[in-house]
Design a protein around this ligand. Sequence first.
Ligand code: AMP
Length: 220
Amino acid sequence: MRKYVIMGVQGSGKGTQAGMLAADLDLVHIAVGDIFRWNVQHHTKLGAQVRRTMAAGLLVSDDLVQGVVSERLSQHDWNYGFIIDGFPRNERQAEFFLESYDIDGVIHLELPDSEVRRRVLARRLCSGCGMDYNLIASSPRVPGQCDACGAALVAREDDTEEALAVRLREYHEKTNPVLAIFGRKEYVATIDARPGREQIQQEIRTRLGLPPYRPAGEAA
Ligand code: AMP
């Protein structure tokens, strides 16, 4: 059983790296932002409660977030463990989390703010299946269309200059202290998020003492 937290500023590739690790190690990938976006898209009560806060780039209230995380983890479908992405985002959430779970490691993806802006403004999401694209690094085969399901690609409502400025401020003010809390108790692997995705994944594996990364299709 492996339990990891992945942290990093917007656009640092948390979702991509968590997804690669989860697929290979059979971990459940829990992305709190994705859960909220699903709720917004499906017009649930929770979606209505978080939509405006998210669009403005602000953090959703701790009670709502903790409710979502507890509910998701209580499903206990994570026989081999989980990797949680986008949580905890402030000191209170970190304390709540550490009271309930022991974690095996924290992956911290580091990216300078100048690079964040460039990446985030080029980010697109499939409106059908939710797959992530980036017009700089991983553009779709047909412009504006998802390679997997053919649905239209859209920008996230909070990937705008204004919301990004707020999100970066929130990150530096509230999420940086979480790294300090983890740093006292857990192993934090700080990794440069600028190289290619496979190199970053390899570095994560090395730092966490995990089996090496093998790109899809390569024989074991
Ligand atoms: P993300 O996809 O991780 O960038 O999250 C998108 C948005 O969801 C954030 O800007 C917040 O509005 C909200 N959100 C996600 N995770 C949290 C969290 N742990 N605490 C508060 N708000 C969150």
